[in-house]
Design a binder for this molecule. Sequence first.
Ligand SMILES: [Zn+2]
Length: 151
Amino acid sequence: MIVFNLGCENSHRFEGWFASSEDFERQLGAKLVTCPMCGNAKVSRLPHAVHIAKTASKPQRPGRGEPTAVTPMQYTNVGSEILAKLVEHIVENTEDVGPAFPEEARKIHYQEAPDRHIRGTASRDEVEALKDEGIEVVALPIPAHRLGKTH
Ligand SMILES: [Zn+2]
């Protein structure tokens, strides 16, 4: 499984999950890759890792040497079942590590643990710390009924 940062013609940014980069190229060629926010099929791969819009807005921290791209919260009028499917897909393709998420994400980043996709819980501070280390994480809008026994 490979994750690409993608963008559509309308400047929406989202992640696409593919079996391989060939799979991505194939699906893109067949116009099977569409923006989950507007359905646009002119999707391109973004050259750099991009933090996609989160479920909650948070203040941008000013002055860190690089231009601060303020990404406004994005909304969509697609049905919640589309989002639910996306979440379902992520849940099925990630390993639930629960509260060990920050530690495990760090280990994966520093190649101390097998490279894989995980999900779990972290405090806002822990997420900030991970991002400061260049570890990309995004908030998952997982419905409560999908959380199972993990707190
Ligand atoms: Zn779009």
